[in-house]
Design a protein around this ligand. Structure first.
Ligand code: SF4
Length: 346
């Protein structure tokens, strides 16, 4: 059954923090807060157009939902819960900070039908958290994740790569630590310098240097492979290229690409193909036509880089999650890399 989110952006509402990378209004493209009347109107407008036979969830994004007052959270949840009780909406999703979660809050979320909570974890390196103006210890994140798991609420995590004071190793270590919290879904965002943020100042006075696109792809590739090969559903990689974000002068620096995920996928396949070509000196690939463009890579990058060996044919008898190379079948796990899958002692 097809799934739809009914998005509700609660712009910077309730957030007293000032994380160096965040300009909430620019990221979510919304400048106003949401009243209960607005909330009902948004839901009803979506319900009129979405197919009846589909899974629909109301998604509170863009803010620190559980950072707003307890009573106001209840009002929002109560309003949506009416639609859940009537069977018009299947659940409620929201995003928040790890330090805005406690038992009382989670009990209330559960009571009103919240199905999924995404935590803006960003980093699990205390040096990075501090340099990013997120002043809480890493244990807070573990406690928040454990609570959500205890109440059987789907756990989502958002990770950022390339934050101030981060390194290749610290970003990967963050992903390994995050994996121990058993997330169900994840989003990975490379850090961008957005106009009007503290990071803009840091960038302008030389305190912060953004990752290049190649560095960002390489860091993300490892984290993405680690999470996916351990069963985490990666729902987004790279910021959504909203109109606001693409306005002239909004992104001042950083590895922004509207098809960032495809760039990462291209690199995953490239590394895999290289490992085979190195040993076997040929790449006779057969795959389902649905996978061909991914294998060839964005702008045919893999075909061009490996042109000496690259020979690809469509074979629709091959499953979506498999490819055949030089007569041998490989699964998605093979492609993601076993060495990553088996790693982790930290
Ligand atoms: S990232 Fe989240 S917690 Fe930080 S300032 Fe923005 S809305 Fe607030």
């Amino acid at each position: 059954m097809k799934h739809y989110n009914i998005p509700i952006f609660i712009s910077h509402f309730g957030c007293p923090n000032a994380c160096v990378f965040c300009n909430q209004k620019k990221i979510n493209g919304c400048e106003t807060d949401v009243t209960m009347k607005d909330l009902k109107k948004i839901i009803e407008t979506y319900l009129e157009t979405l197919p009846k036979n589909s899974k629909k969830e109301v998604a509170f994004f863009g803010g620190t939902f559980t950072g707003i007052s307890f009573d106001l959270q209840r009002q929002y949840l109560e309003t949506v819960h009416k639609y859940v009780k009537e069977g018009l909406v299947d659940g409620i999703r929201l995003s928040t900070r790890p330090d805005c979660i406690n038992r009382e809050i989670v009990e209330q979320l559960k009571r009103y039908g919240v199905t999924s909570v995404e935590l803006g974890v960003q980093s699990l390196d205390e040096k990075v958290l501090k340099a990013t103006a997120r002043y809480y210890p890493v244990e807070i994140v573990t406690e928040a994740c454990n609570l959500l798991k205890e109440y059987s609420i789907e756990l989502g995590i958002q990770l950022m790569i390339g934050l101030p004071e981060s390194t290749f190793e610290s970003d990967f270590l963050t992903a390994k630590r995050a994996l121990k919290m058993k997330p169900d879904i994840a989003r990975i965002y490379p850090t961008l310098v957005i106009r009007g943020t503290k990071l803009e100042e840091m960038f302008k006075n030389g305190e912060y240097k953004a990752l290049s696109i190649d560095e960002a792809i390489e860091r993300t590739r490892k984290i993405y492979s680690l999470l996916e090969s351990n069963g985490v559903n990666i729902v987004r990689v790279g910021l959504q290229p909203s109109e606001d974000l693409q306005e002239e002068g909004v992104i001042l620096d950083g590895p922004f690409h509207p098809a960032f995920r495809e760039l990462v996928e291209t690199e995953i396949y490239y590394k895999f193909f290289c490992s085979i070509a190195k040993k076997e000196k040929r790449l006779d690939i057969k795959a389902n036509e649905r996978n061909i463009s991914k294998l060839v890579g964005i702008k045919k990058a893999n075909r061009m880089r490996l042109k000496k060996y690259f020979n690809i044919k469509i074979d629709n008898s091959i499953g979506k999650n498999e490819i055949v190379i030089n007569g041998r079948i490989y699964s998605r796990l093979d492609i993601l890399g076993k060495e990553i899958n088996e790693s982790d002692s930290n």
